[in-house]
Design a binder for this molecule. Structure first.
Ligand SMILES: [Zn+2]
Ligand SMILES: [Zn+2]
Length: 314
């Protein structure tokens, strides 16, 4: 499924079989998760995708010699810039991202640099494993950057929050879920996933939070989340794109509150999270679509209708 221009539907096209370059493997795609980032690419909200592009960066695939590998968003780094040399390859100056700079997994076949692929833990069917590769990984990195506080707020209960909630409960944290005002389905989903309280995103939780992770791409949630924080608390913005953050009084940031973002992932995040996921165990809730219905899957994600994660199944 190919994106030729932003804000156009993806087209089903026959492409030449991809060939592996140095260090790459050819992969037969078995499942590919549909991420909000894909939606930002298709909707023209990110500045410079390769075009034409095969989107998709949560690929579960099989190598020619029968191994099952996962391909994440971080597809290549130079290994030499100041970020790579200081354990921050997620910030690499020359990074290439799967389904953005490189063709991704909305396809029957893909190629990937094997150094950036992960073995998929056993016990996960392909479609259940796919959301671990971005929703899970970025969620995990966000949770680490949120600190060790006990009371955690999650704003936006999509694919990433539904995984993070399980990890956070495993770490015996207390969870508070915030969903779009009036979205009773999302509220009940948040409660099912272990939130002790779930309410609308403009509401105050019953007690102060030590940290909050904002998954929804809505800038107005940043001051809302700050308002819910205890002293010294952190708001983590987990998305790659967000609408503008409205101005807010300094008082909301005072007392050592922190606002920060999370960008991309490192391979270490992937190794840690994929080792942790089966121990929790993280169970993903997925809606599957055939490859040729990628546009329908994206539309459903855009409308907020997906419970858990949408996955293309091949
Ligand atoms: Zn680098
Ligand atoms: Zn993603």
């Amino acid at each position: 499924m190919v994106l030729s221009a932003a804000r156009e539907p993806l087209e089903l096209r026959e492409l030449p079989m991809p060939k592996a370059g140095p260090g790459q493997v050819v992969l037969r795609v078995r499942a590919c998760g549909v991420c909000r980032t894909d939606l930002h690419v298709v909707d023209g909200e990110l500045p410079r995708p390769k075009l034409p592009l095969v989107p998709g960066h949560q690929i579960v695939a099989e190598t020619e010699d029968g191994r099952r590998l996962g391909v994440p968003w971080l597809g290549w780094t130079d290994g030499t810039c100041r970020y790579c040399r200081s354990g921050r390859e997620n910030l690499c100056d020359a990074a290439r991202f799967t389904g953005y700079d490189l063709d991704g997994g909305y396809a029957e076949y893909a190629v990937a640099d094997e150094r950036f692929c992960f073995p998929i833990p056993e016990g996960y069917p392909d479609e259940q494993a796919a959301p671990l590769l971005c929703a899970g990984l970025i969620g995990y990195r966000s949770l680490r950057l949120a600190g060790d506080g006990e009371r955690l707020g999650l704003y936006g209960f999509g694919a990433a929050a539904h995984i993070v909630a399980q990890v956070a409960r495993h770490e015996r944290r207390r969870l508070f879920g915030f969903v779009r005002s009036g979205d009773e389905d999302a509220r009940s989903f948040a409660l099912d996933l272990g939130c002790e309280w779930a309410g609308w995103s403009d509401e105050q939780p019953p007690e102060e939070l030590d940290a909050a992770i904002v998954f929804a791409p809505v800038g107005a949630l940043v001051p809302a989340a700050l308002r819910a924080l205890a002293k010294g608390g952190t708001v983590v913005c987990a998305g790659i794109h967000m609408s503008d953050i409205p101005s807010f009084p300094y008082e909301l940031l005072w007392e050592e509150r922190v606002v920060r973002s999370v960008a991309n992932l490192t391979r270490r995040d992937g190794e840690e999270f994929l080792a942790l996921a089966p121990r929790v165990p993280v169970r993903t809730h997925v809606e599957t679509y055939p490859l040729e219905q990628a546009n329908e899957a994206l539309a459903r994600l855009r409308s907020g209708g997906v419970r858990g994660a949408a996955v293309l199944q091949l």
